[in-house]
Design a protein around this ligand. Structure first.
Ligand SMILES: [Zn+2]
Length: 167
């Protein structure tokens, strides 16, 4: 079962991700996913769920379905969901966001964005390939649910742990 295919440029940078949707547009064989995971079931932790409080319910639905589809476990970090202007400004000053929260507002401030991290071998991973695999599951979930999202890993200024809703 081909879940995804990652392209790499000559310099080794991740340049894109192609997802083989036509093979199973709406249905995924649960056994195939479980086999790829080594028969592990993944669940969003209470902490991850708490970090999604207040965001657009469509993103919560996407994350809840994606955790059943992904072959790489993932979680939602603190400040990965809804942010107020102050939190956004703190992240901006810390160099963790390009949005200062006032002049340049983040989609996290309206609850239309969600950040995630991969969870591999018992610890958090921000490896681009791991994040791309999680993003593939997010896209897959969004398509099944009929919502449109965009992954930050496909932007000019890469934001690999980020997805947001397209209205
Ligand atoms: Zn983000």
């Amino acid at each position: 079962m081909a879940l995804f295919c990652v392209n790499r440029s000559k310099t080794g940078n991740l340049v894109g991700i192609l997802v083989a949707w036509p093979m199973y547009p709406t249905r995924v064989k649960v056994a195939d996913v479980l086999q790829a995971r080594g028969w592990q079931m993944f669940n969003l932790s209470k902490r991850s769920k708490a970090h999604m409080a207040g965001i657009d319910p469509r993103l919560i639905e996407i994350a809840a379905l994606a955790i059943t589809l992904t072959v790489i476990d993932f979680g939602i970090p603190m400040n990965g969901g809804l942010r107020n202007a102050t939190t956004q400004e703190i992240l901006f000053i810390a160099g963790k966001s390009k949005c200062d929260g006032i002049e340049r507002r983040s989609n996290h401030q309206t609850g239309k964005a969600l950040d995630f991290f991969a969870y591999v071998n018992g610890k958090g991973s921000w490896d681009r390939l791991h994040l791309a695999m999680v993003a593939a599951a997010m896209y897959q979930a969004a398509i099944i649910l009929g919502y449109k999202i965009q992954w930050g890993g496909l932007w000019k200024f890469k934001d690999f742990p980020h997805i947001e809703l397209i209205e």
